[in-house]
Structures are given as C-alpha cells and as structure tokens.
Ligand binder design. Structure first.
Ligand SMILES: [Zn+2]
Length: 61
C-alpha cells in the first residue's frame, strides 16, 4: 500500500464497482490513477501514446 502513502485520496479499489465502465461506454480493464478514471483497452492505449499515464491498476475482469 506504499503507493498510497501521502495521498489523501481513497484507494481506487473501493470504488471500482462504480467505475468499471470506460467513458466511451466499453467495459474498463484499467484504472488510470492520474485521472482516476476507468479505461477500456483502446482508450488505455491512447492514454499511453499521449504520455499521460503515470500509474495504472489492472482490473481483473
Ligand atoms: Zn474506452
């Protein structure tokens, strides 16, 4: 849990149930921590290519 040290944000895991849909409507498989938003594989790939991904969590879906 060291990755959350110093953060005031709650662990993303607690809200995964409400965040398992990507903004484009596809089922999300990744949480991009910078945005704290779920991303489907396609949007996740775009985020990486844009260089905006700082830290991510894979959702076992
Ligand atoms: Zn998407």
């Amino acid at each position: 849990m060291d990755r959350f040290a110093g953060s005031n944000e709650s662990p993303v895991f607690e809200t995964v149930d409400n965040l398992n849909t990507c903004g484009c409507g596809n089922q999300a498989e990744w949480l991009v921590y910078k945005d704290k938003q779920p991303h489907c594989p396609e949007c996740f790939k775009e985020a990486i290519e844009c260089g905006d991904v700082v830290e991510v969590q894979y959702l076992c879906v």
